[in-house]
Design a protein around this ligand. Sequence first.
Ligand code: SF4
Length: 368
Amino acid sequence: MTEIKSLLFDELQTKLQALDEPVYRASQIMDWVYKKQAGGFEKMSDLPRTLRTQLAQNFSMGKLDVVRVFGSRDTTRKFLFRLGDGNLIESVLIPASPALYGQKSDRQTACVSTQVGCAYGCKFCASGLDGFSRNLRANEIVDQIIAIERASGEKIDNIVFMGMGEPLANFGNVMRAIRILNAPWGLGIGARHITVSTSGLAPQIKKLADEPLQIRLAISLHGATDEVRNQIMPINRRYNLETLLSACDYYVERKKQRLTFEYILIASVNDTDEQAHLLARHAHRFSAKVNLIPYNTVQGLPWLRPSQNCQEKFLSILRTHGIPATLRREKGGDIDAACGQLRLQTKRMQGRHPERRAPESPVALPSK
Ligand code: SF4
């Protein structure tokens, strides 16, 4: 079975030709899949019944069940999804993102996952605690946005690849998903409203720079020296800071874009004045914006959030250097929104107490 939400337009046309169907049907089918977001082929009422049967026999619509939805007081909502093979992934809907990724505050941002688990083992992150299972397929990435839109009734117009997994380690599937999200026949989300985040895979940053789409790049820096990054991000031992920054030079040169540096502030690890001054220097090199994110405590990990005073001081040092920087009020801290925590808690609860499995689908999706 071919996953229809993993196909590009011309690929669907080729498949239709192989089924002796006219290629113009591709427009109708994509319209049902992405604009009307039909849940099944039988709903595609302007297609001949024989074609609907053919489609159902040859293509799959995919399966992404909502397991749990957590809404926080500030209306950030976190979704725990079950994939067709039973694996769990997380996505987050952030209704307003003032200056977070350079967008206006009325945007509906979806933060999506790209892998089940993560192999990169950043020391502060819950996603890697249970190791890596597998890459998500393109349709599983696209389906997160569709499922969020259906469950929330909101139109997503901004996407950040900052959920579970390292997006650039799943390069082919992520790029395929981005093409589908961006295409006029797909979800039609502007490339400049799509941000890919990486922990520092330097070769893949260059590969991304050679892609024609003007998507945005965010670097999860989290340390302004090799010493600090080596302590919390094992990837830095493979691609050290200068290798990473050189790849960023290439990206900026090719794309003529500003970068964003993500920087999780962790008490007594990366929150010193010296780190702030060095971070400002790196940001200056790329005219980059800096998003400071106070650490969200993860059960079982030793790291702590710096005091409010310390956070403000770090921010003020960056601003003294003229760096556009924001300090995120952690939306969703009250729903364990830090990457990977909800999945980990659910998996552990199921492992220890199989009788207390999370409900299958407590949230009903609106039927199409
Ligand atoms: S921060 Fe990102 S790259 Fe690092 S372990 Fe977590 S998911 Fe993986």
